[in-house]
Design a protein around this ligand. Structure first.
Ligand code: FDA
Length: 306
């Protein structure tokens, strides 16, 4: 957890950001986690994964826009993305994930909700699901409330809950009562002890607790983790309770534990790969670096080899 905190803090420093985004030496490491910068590259990766029997969620990277005009641009880009997926022969296997701060949450709930509704309504024309990603805890309450409001009118949406937050069990109950789909994750943001568990063992234990609840009572939950121990425990739970594997899916990030993704798919489970793309990759990339010291070692090695 200490390493994660240090990397997340360091990555926010302007000179670190300038180096990471400009250095060609960092690019090969970025490409491990990001499908490309264009919609064409993302759809190509998505189609390839879908042809190999994976489900896919495309994420057009971007968060915390600075103006309503930028938020409108993001909305337009997402509507375009949805239409482009709509042309894919694999449309039934591909959906999208969005961040509400990219749609204007910092500029006001009304603005973000209008854009979010427009995207979900467009996706509904193709029978496509739209997931609102969960961002830092300052946004949790508004995200949960907004998803619930939109879900009341448009059923092809749902959200993400983070096991590190104290409030998550309650949020999971709310989503179960609504019938809205939840992706459970551990949580990728730096959070204070007032709202989040600070030790990994508790975050992991809470993850298992919420995941079991969603598997038992939720609507097609997404169990999003690369944690093999947790996956093993949940597979045993599913078998023991006689839960139909068609009633949930595993989710993992593009470029992470491809071996585990293949194995789960070969075992007959539904597996969705979360595929980020776009030019605003830095915050997403920093979170992936912070999760695993070895990722930073890749960058260090490329610098040394220079
Ligand atoms: P953990 O961090 O304990 O890692 C378990 C193992 O997975 C590691 O030992 C390593 O083998 C592998 N691993 C994990 N991260 C790696 C990395 N970066 N590089 C290489 N190997 C790695 N978070 C959030 O706050 N809001 C959100 O909306 C989402 N959305 C989301 C979607 C999907 C599909 C996934 C899989 C994850 C997210 N997350 C997220 C991120 C999540 O909160 C969490 O930070 C990461 O999944 C890492 O946690 P793990 O559960 O994998 O466990």
């Amino acid at each position: 957890m200490l390493f994660r905190t240090l990397i997340l803090r360091a990555s926010a420093l302007p000179f670190v950001k300038a180096f990471m985004t400009r250095s060609p030496l960092v690019r090969p490491v970025v490409r491990r986690f990001i499908a490309g910068e264009t919609v064409e590259q993302a759809i190509q990766v998505g189609d390839g994964l879908a042809a190999s029997c994976f489900n896919v969620s495309l994420d057009l990277l971007g968060e915390n826009v600075a103006s309503v005009t930028e938020a409108e641009r993001e909305r337009d880009a997402y509507v375009d993305l949805v239409r482009r997926i709509g042309q894919s022969p694999h449309v039934e296997k591909i959906n999208v994930s969005i961040k509400l701060t990219a749609l204007g949450l910092d500029q006001g709930d009304e603005i973000a909700e209008k854009h979010y509704r427009e995207i979900v309504a467009e996706a509904a024309k193709f029978g496509m699901f739209v997931r609102a990603d969960m961002e830092a805890s300052a946004y949790t309450e508004r995200t949960v409330a907004m998803v619930a409001r939109v879900f009341a009118d448009l059923k092809n949406t749902g959200t993400v809950l983070q096991s590190m937050l104290h409030r998550t069990l309650d949020d999971a109950r709310t989503m179960i009562a609504l019938g809205a789909r939840v992706r459970i994750v551990k949580g990728a943001y730096l959070e204070p002890a007032t709202v989040a568990y600070q030790d990994k063992a508790t975050v992991d234990a809470k993850y298992v607790e919420v995941a079991k609840m969603l598997l038992s009572e939720g609507n097609y939950p997404a169990i999003a983790t690369h944690d093999e121990r947790i996956i093993g425990e949940l597979k045993a739970f599913v078998r023991e309770k006689g839960i139909d594997p068609a009633k949930f899916e595993w989710q993992m990030l593009y470029g992470i534990r491809r071996d585990l993704q293949d194995r789960l798919r070969e075992e007959g489970y539904n597996v969705r790969v979360y595929v980020p793309f776009g030019s605003a990759w830095y915050p997403y990339f920093s979170r992936r670096l912070a999760e695993r010291p070895a990722n930073l070692a890749f960058i260090a090695k490329s610098l040394v080899r220079r």
